[in-house]
Design a protein around this ligand. Structure first.
Ligand SMILES: [Zn+2]
Ligand SMILES: [Zn+2]
Length: 287
């Protein structure tokens, strides 16, 4: 298997591979009869095309769950990529040297050996190509891989244009950053970057109503596949549990600002008081 230090490959089934960038971001390659679907590209610390060519000789369509840099800045290696239009601006806004440098420094603190496996300066300087073709996906649209049909499911919350991808035949759901099994879910950024908890809850309840169509959940970070129960833990958390217990939450600090971290069963939520206040409907008071 064509593993590298940066990208490790795991075969999940005959038609599904997980490519994990820097032990952190899971990208999925779903191989159909006619073509393959690459769901997210990571930061693009390395050209993934040799790995993709080894895994499949078929043409690869590249789609993004959302516009955060850890999911879409690897677009630089592809002629055409697809995203929901509401996250296109986010993708472009993240396409800066500063964003790359800030997150790369964060990654290097966790994985110092990475520095000897890539040209960090060149990486930070190289923005997405001006002629990158970007196609837009809409809610309910079906991507046809001939033997497989993948539905784009708009799930606003973590971002406004967040998409999950549901493979209709097998029920595999690729959940991006919106459902995780114990890994932190960010609801921490400003209102122009992330939708509120009400939008998240609505997205999750629509999925829960389609529970019978979902057989397994493949998140973009952390344990995979995630237990299906994670969806219901998150719904319970946002519907009632967070409201009752946020007073016990612990402060959380990051380079993006300060907030709080909430744990409930499989849920690990990182959020700002701005997000909590709009959810509670009043300013946040902590004892
Ligand atoms: Zn994200
Ligand atoms: Zn992410």
């Amino acid at each position: 298997m064509n593993n590298s230090f940066i990208n490790t490959v795991e075969k999940l089934s005959d038609d599904l591979y997980m490519i994990t960038e820097t032990r952190s971001i899971h990208c999925y390659l779903l191989i159909g009869t006619e073509k393959a679907l690459l769901i997210d590209t990571g930061w693009g610390y390395e050209d993934p095309r040799p790995i993709l060519e080894e895994l499949t000789g078929k043409p690869v369509m590249t789609v993004f769950t959302h516009g955060d840099g850890d999911h879409c800045l690897g677009a630089r290696y592809f002629d055409e990529v697809f995203i929901h239009p509401l996250d296109y601006g986010k993708m472009r806004r993240n396409d800066t040297g500063e964003e790359r440098r800030g997150m790369l420094e964060h990654r290097l603190r966790k994985l110092p050996e990475l520095a000897s496996h890539m040209d960090t300066e060149s990486y930070c300087r190289t923005l997405l190509p001006k002629d990158l073709k970007v196609g837009f996906l809409s809610d309910g649209e079906i991507i046809d891989l001939w033997d497989k049909h993948v539905e784009c499911v708009l799930t606003p919350g973590h971002s406004y244009g967040h998409l999950m991808f549901l493979e209709k035949e097998s029920g595999r759901l690729f959940s991006g950053d919106q459902i995780m099994d114990g890994h932190n879910i960010w609801h921490f950024l400003k209102r122009d970057e992330q939708a509120g908890f009400a939008a998240t809850l609505s997205s999750l309840k629509h999925l829960a109503a389609r529970e019978r169509e979902i057989s397994a959940i493949f998140p973009a970070h952390g344990r995979t596949p995630a237990a299906k129960q994670c969806l219901f833990d998150l719904i319970e958390c946002l519907e009632s549990e967070l409201r009752e217990n946020y007073q016990n939450d612990i402060p959380f600090h990051s380079h993006k600002g300060d907030g709080y971290q909430h744990f409930f069963r499989s849920v690990n939520l990182i959020y700002s008081d701005e997000r909590l206040a709009e959810y509670l409907g009043n300013p946040v008071y902590r004892d």
